[in-house]
Ligand binder design. Sequence first.
Ligand code: PMP
Length: 375
Amino acid sequence: MTSCKANRRHRINMTARYNFSAGPSMLPKEVLEQIHREVLDYNSTGSSILELGHRTQAFSDLRDECKERIRSLLNVPDNYDVIFCHGGGRMQFAMTPLNLLGAASKASYIVTGTWSDMAKLEAEKFVHVDVPFRSRGERTPRIEELEVPEDSAYLYHCDNETIHGVEFSAAPVSDAWKNVPLAADFSSSFMSRPIEVSSYGLIWAAAQKNFGIPGLTIAIIRRDLEKLAGMNMPYLLNYDSYVRNDSVANTPPIFQIYVSTLMARWIERKGGVEAMDEAARERSRMIYELIDENPKLYSSVVDPGSRSRMNVVFRLPSSEMDAFFVREAAAFGLDNLAGHHSIGGIRASLYNAMPVEGAEKLAEFMKEFALRHRL
Ligand code: PMP
């Protein structure tokens, strides 16, 4: 080994393991340690967090704290409600059209990968869907490419396509469709950067990537859109049920709300969503640099302007080499790097809880792998 390589190696923690899973994903160690303590004794009450009842003052305080921290971290304007739903991201694929259609007969879906495509397929069960843009996971649209009918109930997009690694850099807003509310799936980019909430009618995010664990979906909804579903909508599919009952429409996912509250405190301590964004850019930049420097070994179909800060997706020259890379990486302490089973390849998910050192260790591994397998 050369002395330069030895120096690089010196900075890498050889024994640390990092989990690059796309979700459920890494949680910060200090959050896990607090959960560990409070599973036995929540907030010095002598009872477990797992035993906390949803009609207790302690739970109301927890829910209020979680809501308020989300409002303050994302600067949520006063004319929006923050609610906690069940059913994961996929229930929102149905709730979005069921709640936002009102009297309209059309909704528009920007399709940039699997998750927006699935949302569109679900919406088609209820309404005519217009698709102003479609790509197969290569890029997001430029505003001037889009034509959105004025009578669309809403314009939908997925802020970050977790499977393909395609992320919007800004909300698809334009004066040409300023009266069409934007609805967005932020499941894999929520709390990883500031959001201009006032650009949206509806934002929702499953918690299990940047902000907690599965079983909780956070929705931020503009007040004038809350009651469009009407009273015939099944109770738990109606946003208004969650708003009217302050997210206690039925027994809520208490433990999940607790974990997200700890995440919100952790994000605040680390400097807020601006600091999350800065770290996300640094982590992903290191990996994209390695891809660009070794084009014969690592390739990505994602347009550089649409590259995700959260999920870096690439492949090697063959599926056998992909599998070899994943095995060798695991032996080096880098876990869960296989791409989504639908597209294969490699996916490095770099959410809020991934330390910059984790991305450094992956970059170092990719560099050495490239030296050993130079084509
Ligand atoms: N949207 C996005 C962007 C996702 O990544 C996922 C899940 N990985 C979903 C929706 C579906 O979420 P869930 O599994 O919670 O239903």
